[in-house]
Design a protein. Structure first.
Length: 156
């Protein structure tokens, strides 16, 4: 009888460990959004996005609320002329946006947050190009403020 109890306890523990592992690994893929500046969701920051944001700022045609976070390129909580300018800079090759897309895979996800947290905790340093993309508030410091801004963006 004790053998059955021990076997049942081991099996239950194994099943819980597998379930926890599955939840943990799938959590990396749960939160993701398109790249900042990609208003129309076509995975590119281009003239179409510029026109959408410019028309929104001028009051010609509002951007749908589900896309406003992608239009807020400088992470200041509003869509304004600065965002229009930054999208223009990206399109003209002056300064690419890629803000928040630390892993440079075309979208912002919880994996980007994890990379920043690992950098902050000294687990794995970010390269200079990744540091630039991680500094979403552009204060020249990658810290918990950047993490909080990305997490807020992902959960909107």
């Amino acid at each position: 009888m004790n053998f059955r109890k021990i076997t049942a306890a081991v099996m239950a523990s194994a099943l819980m460990a597998c379930a926890t592992s599955a939840l943990t690994s799938s959590a990396d893929y749960y939160y993701f959004k398109v790249l900042k500046g990609d208003i129309n969701g076509d995975t590119e920051v281009d003239i179409e996005d510029y026109i959408l944001v410019n028309n929104h700022v001028k009051g010609i045609k509002a951007i749908p609320s589900s896309r406003l976070a992608a239009a807020d390129v400088n992470w200041d909580g509003k869509v304004d002329v600065t965002d229009v300018m930054l999208i223009s800079y990206d399109i003209n090759g002056v300064r690419p946006i890629r803000s928040g897309d630390v892993l440079d895979n075309g979208y912002v996800s919880s994996k980007d947050v994890k990379a920043i947290v690992n950098h902050i905790n000294g687990v794995k340093a970010l390269s200079s190009s990744r540091l630039k993309r991680a500094d979403v508030n552009r204060d020249n410091v990658v810290n918990v403020v950047d993490v909080a801004l990305i997490q807020n963006y992902l959960t909107k």
